[in-house]
Ligand binder design. Structure first.
Ligand code: TRP
Length: 329
């Protein structure tokens, strides 16, 4: 029996993890795994909302994202990886919960709306695309999570999940689901090295956890601050300083640099180099750990973890069906 508060979080596998993932949610998972019962979802079914034609890539990215997290410090003896497609209760729960939320409410979900715009889906998205938002409620509720560590872009999904959890209790008079709380990362939104957009693979502005020292230095050198000359006073809240605050370990050092920068006469280049070295120090141990997790090792682990995850989600589904008078056998 475990009485530790339970966490469910995860990602759609779209490629390797980058620094935005790290400060948004990954470092919280690693910090909380010891005193929480921690489930980390790989939303490979959701990946089909936009990549139904690339099943092999989705499979590869699923393995890769587990490897990235193991490398980053997720301990597989503490946390449980959940490959979404391996958990039938999630799919079943999605259908059942979809009855408790108006379609118009789903379509007003701001994260969903933003994705339709940013991915230029127009009105050509599949039926499954808006359904994924209900699926995300099912992911969280299947594990009866208390806490959902996510980036702020996921806030709307957690809010919808809270509504569904309350609605279920109201309609069926059963306390199956805790109303989960979101937990946001230390950095709300890390810009990419273009200095403008949020860091993301699709925008080509990401520094990956698997980048080499050289790549990190080169990308940091390219970080666009828009500053014309080292003589003019710099803005100590610009993108470079957002990176400095996110990655330099000593806050006093950041404030010392910020003061010099604001006075003028301090160039971007040495600060970029110092930040690059701090990022490199953060990811260096990840490089070493990554090498230890072969595909076979990852697949073995996922098999064992699917058993653990199915036990929890299966129990949830049984309680849900019981509350809904759907138990016949
Ligand atoms: N939508 C999330 C993303 O793209 C991934 C996700 C799916 C998730 N189900 C979840 C995150 C449940 C937290 C909880 O990053």
């Amino acid at each position: 029996m475990t009485t530790r508060p339970r966490i469910l979080t995860g990602d759609t596998p779209t490629g390797r993890l980058h620094l935005g993932h790290y400060v948004g949610s990954l470092e919280n998972r690693i910090r909380l795994q010891r005193d929480h019962d921690c489930y980390i979802l790989i939303a490979n079914v959701h990946a089909f909302t936009t990549r139904a034609q690339q099943p092999e890539d989705v499979r590869r990215d699923t393995i890769e994202i587990v490897r990235d997290q193991l490398a980053a410090g997720v301990d597989p003896s503490l946390a449980t990886f959940v490959v979404q497609s391996e958990i039938p209760a999630i799919a079943e729960l999605t259908f059942l919960l979809a009855m408790l939320i108006p379609f118009s409410r789903v379509m007003r979900n701001p994260t969903l709306k933003a994705e339709i715009t940013s991915k230029q889906l127009g009105d050509h998205y599949s039926f499954g695309f808006p359904l994924y938002a209900v699926g995300q409620c099912a992911d969280i509720l299947a594990f009866r999570a208390d806490l959902v560590p996510v980036g702020e872009d996921q806030a709307a999904h957690v809010e919808m999940t809270r509504e569904v959890a309350r609605r279920f209790a109201q309609v069926y008079g059963a306390e199956v689901f805790p109303v989960p709380e979101p937990l946001f990362g230390r950095v709300a939104r890390l810009p990419g090295i273009d200095g403008v957009e949020k860091m993301s693979k699709s925008r080509g502005n990401a520094i990956y956890l698997s980048d080499s020292t050289d790549e990190i230095r080169r990308k940091m050198a390219r970080l666009y601050t828009g500053r014309q000359s080292a003589d003019e006073p710099g803005d100590p809240d610009n993108v470079l300083f957002q990176y400095a605050r996110a990655f330099l370990p000593d806050p006093a050092r950041v404030e010392e640099l910020a003061a010099g920068y604001a006075r003028g006469g301090m160039g971007d280049a040495p600060i970029k180099r110092e930040v690059a070295d701090a990022i490199d120090a953060l990811v260096a141990p990840m490089r070493e750990r990554r090498a230890r997790f072969t595909d076979d090792a990852v697949l073995d682990l996922l098999r064992e973890h699917a058993r653990r995850a199915n036990a929890v989600a299966g129990e949830t589904l049984a309680r849900v069906k019981d509350a809904m008078h759907l138990t016949f056998a």
